[in-house]
Design a binder for this molecule. Structure first.
Ligand SMILES: Nc1ccn([C@@H]2O[C@H](COP(=O)(O)OP(=O)(O)OP(=O)(O)O)[C@@H](O)[C@H]2O)c(=O)n1
Ligand SMILES: C[C@](O)(CO)[C@H](O)COP(=O)(O)O
Length: 231
């Protein structure tokens, strides 16, 4: 099978969390959130390498955690950039596999089953992302705070990570975006604009991105449930 690597991005400031410590380093059940995430990927037998992208001044601490938790697939720990896109680009330059998965370090509840469905869809279709159909009605709102439009909910999905691509496609997409000054909010945007079809794979609503304080409470519930399901 083609070789797969993963880039776990954990170099953000976590401003929406409002904590002194960036959220990816916060303890969840006595273990840093990003370590929970790395452990999920490190358990995948078919994954060839993991590149961790972390914050300025955090490389040594992360390297100690990697040793402590025996994350033997981590091949490099590097610092990211001021934008998530820059962190991803730095990370994929360290990957030597044919395919790469990009995953947020603050999405610790993704399962190996979801990751493998994302992998298989990428191998089949060329690129793939995990996502879930939105449950709320989504509105476009204008600058005056009034509804400007209501997209058809049937076509709306909340897209998550991992997002999987051919390494060559993603490198080219990031290079083009950097040259053209284009900044997207996910990697699929950069590949879409290159005309590469991206398949959406239905994941789980529990694959949350820990972003604001209320997410932490839900994360503690999910972690407890995860622990209980192992007993
Ligand atoms: N310059 C950045 C920004 C974000 N990320 C990572 O990308 C993931 C998703 O980003 P987000 O949830 O927005 O994290 P932050 O940017 O830290 O959050 P905020 O926008 O609240 O500051 C996180 O794992 C974050 O650490 C990153 O590696 N480099
Ligand atoms: C990549 C992502 O997680 C997909 O939903 C999301 O776009 C990241 O956005 P953020 O503002 O960088 O958290």
């Amino acid at each position: 099978m083609s070789s797969f690597g993963a880039v776990i991005v954990a170099a953000g400031k976590g401003s929406r969390m409002g904590t002194r410590e960036s959220k990816q380093y916060l303890m969840l059940n006595e273990k840093p959130i990003m370590i929970h995430t790395l452990e999920v990927f490190n358990r995948l037998p078919w994954l060839r390498e993991i590149v961790l992208v972390t914050g300025e001044g955090e490389v040594e601490r992360c390297r100690r955690w990697i040793q402590e938790y025996r994350l033997d697939k981590v091949s490099a720990v590097i610092t990211g950039g001021s934008e998530r896109q820059q962190s991803v680009y730095q990370g994929i330059k360290q990957i030597s596999s044919d395919w790469v998965m990009i995953h947020d370090g603050v999405r610790p509840f993704v399962t190996s089953e979801e990751i493998e469905r994302c992998r298989d869809a990428a191998l089949r279709e060329g690129a793939s992302v995990l996502g879930v159909p939105v449950k709320d009605t989504i509105k476009q709102v204008n600058g005056q705070g009034f509804i400007a439009g209501t997209p058809d909910r049937q076509s709306l999905w909340a897209v998550q990570t991992p997002q999987a691509f051919r390494l060559s496609d993603l490198l080219q997409a990031h290079q083009s975006a950097e040259q053209e000054g284009f900044v997207g909010t996910d990697d699929a945007m950069l590949v879409e604009r290159m005309g590469v079809p991206v398949a959406v794979v239905e994941g789980k609503y529990s694959n949350i991105k820990i972003t604001t304080p209320d997410d932490l409470e839900y994360a503690m519930f999910l972690q407890k449930r995860k622990g209980e399901s192992r007993e």
